[in-house]
Design a protein around this ligand. Sequence first.
Ligand SMILES: Nc1ncnc2c1ncn2[C@@H]1O[C@H](COP(=O)(O)OP(=O)(O)O)[C@@H](O)[C@H]1O
Ligand SMILES: [Mg+2]
Length: 614
Amino acid sequence: MSSPSKTPLILSEVSDNPVTSFRRGYAQFWRFLKPYALWALLGILLTIPIGALDAVMTAFLKPFMDKVMVGQDQQFASMVPFYIIAFTVVQGLLLYFAALINGWVGGKIAVDIKQALYKKLLSMDTAFFDANSSGSVLFRFSSDADTASGGLITNIKLFLTKFFSSLSLVCVLLYNSWQLSILAIGVLLVLVLPMSIVRKRIKKIISQSMKKSTKVATLYNETAEGSRVIKSFNLRERMYRRFSATMDFLFRMNIKMVRDTNWLAPSMHLITALGVAGVLYFGMHLILTGVITSGAFVAFLAALIMLYTPIKSIGNNYINVQQALLALDRIYQILNTSSFEERAQSDKQLKAIKYGIAFDSVRFGYSAGREILKGVSFEVKVGTKVALVGNSGGGKTTVCSLIPRLYDPDSGSVTIDGQDLRALDLKSLRSQVAVVFQDNFLFEGTVRENLLCGREGASEDELLRAVHDACLDEFVKRLPEGLDTQIGERGLRLSGGQRQRLAIARAILKDAPLVILDEATSALDNRSEKVVQKALDTLMRGRTTIVIAHRLSTIMDADEILVINDGAVAERGTHAALMQKDGAYAALYRSQFARVRSGASEETADAESEGVKS
Ligand SMILES: Nc1ncnc2c1ncn2[C@@H]1O[C@H](COP(=O)(O)OP(=O)(O)O)[C@@H](O)[C@H]1O
Ligand SMILES: [Mg+2]
């Protein structure tokens, strides 16, 4: 039996001990590369002739020079220009096909990584979403995949091309003069030193700037979602300051990156210049003493300059590889997180509820050290209605969230028909429960699409009946395009009451035997609450229901009322019994009754207008 995790993965915390070594990074990458291994291999094989053809031009220089000068074989020498053009055309074609293959493989891998990540995201525990900002989700699940796949594929290709090109150029060097080759290759080895220094610095800076980049994404998201609050609270300047401060920080990080890493290219320049200078100096001696021909020397020099050129630019290439490997590392941190939903399949399918649902001494806290539910026990018999009332923050919503297993109890148990929820197949459990939350999430799209979330493939008749039962027909009739009207992101173009009724219609369509209503009418004024209450009564009819009510008038008929204060059941009984007892419930009831009377005129005044807001 596995449970949702209490210590979720925190996306903004980059692990201090990344697996960022070339060997391990690429080993992990293999999993995604594998399905396209043949194509990737072809792309890699193409880099061999592409790289090697670099050396062709220089290899021809020696025979050309020597033969033209000595004048023995003018005919061969006159063919050399044509050979060079032919080889370059071949190289160009190969380059094109290699780019095509690499683009395809790279794109496929990026898609696969994103799909794997998204699948993981969907199965993440509730606590994960409590703990992580939308910005960090965006950053880690989308940008990282691009950075990793794009960076690695391009750089594997560049690296291999440069490797084979260097290898063939080194052959040209050795062929022309082994003495000078020792000098030139010795200089190459010195280049490794600055590269390893830069590597360490990049790692440090990237993990610092990542946290802030995440922050930027969150700010964009909050600005879009919170635009109404930002405007009405005059937060434009405040938001702008936060944004600017973050951007300034990122700028400083970028400059630091440039300052700490970009000396690499010039210092490589200098070292290679020293190499060329040395070759010129000793080459002169070798020619004068007759050790090598002047043709060999020219060919050597050309090959050497061609060899040094990519190496000078390898610095930037190298920075990209490091960034890609770090992104890959973060991706694996996510993919290797175990999520309980992936493991919560079981043979025990919940097909129906026969007897009821029971909480037995349930204790629970969102985080260790702060217990929210302190031993809650109650039972809901099938077909009955149990109401939870109590102070705000007492733990009512928490109780309800244990039923679809958004969280699991720390101790005690929740059972349906005597079976612990943890033993049941998660999907089948959730298919038996319909929840209407206080703050219902609607998806961007049409009314119809949102209704169909309740039950995929519902017929037109069923949709219309649900709309009717949720008292939405008036509203839908007035919509310009009826059920196919767009409702905006999170249903922003609807009023609070319309949103709640749409959520109720969605729950009606789901037609689940267990219904949970968590303050489902709280967003409504008195008049629309009456309308919605009618919808809720339809939804509850004949079903097992747990109702959290902020207005006690709606739950007076409940089979049992539980007063939950401070995470424990303070009182329980029917309305009549609790009133007679004259305890916490009676006090709550009286205070609300007084409030309703004094606020009555005000509440009828804000009767809701129908129709989509423009
Ligand atoms: N996701 C969460 N993470 C941490 N604490 C939470 C979370 N949700 C609620 N709480 C805390 O749990 C307590 C009970 O909350 P809740 O069950 O929503 O109360 P009620 O629904 O009775 O108003 C509150 O003190 C609240 O701060
Ligand atoms: Mg609540």
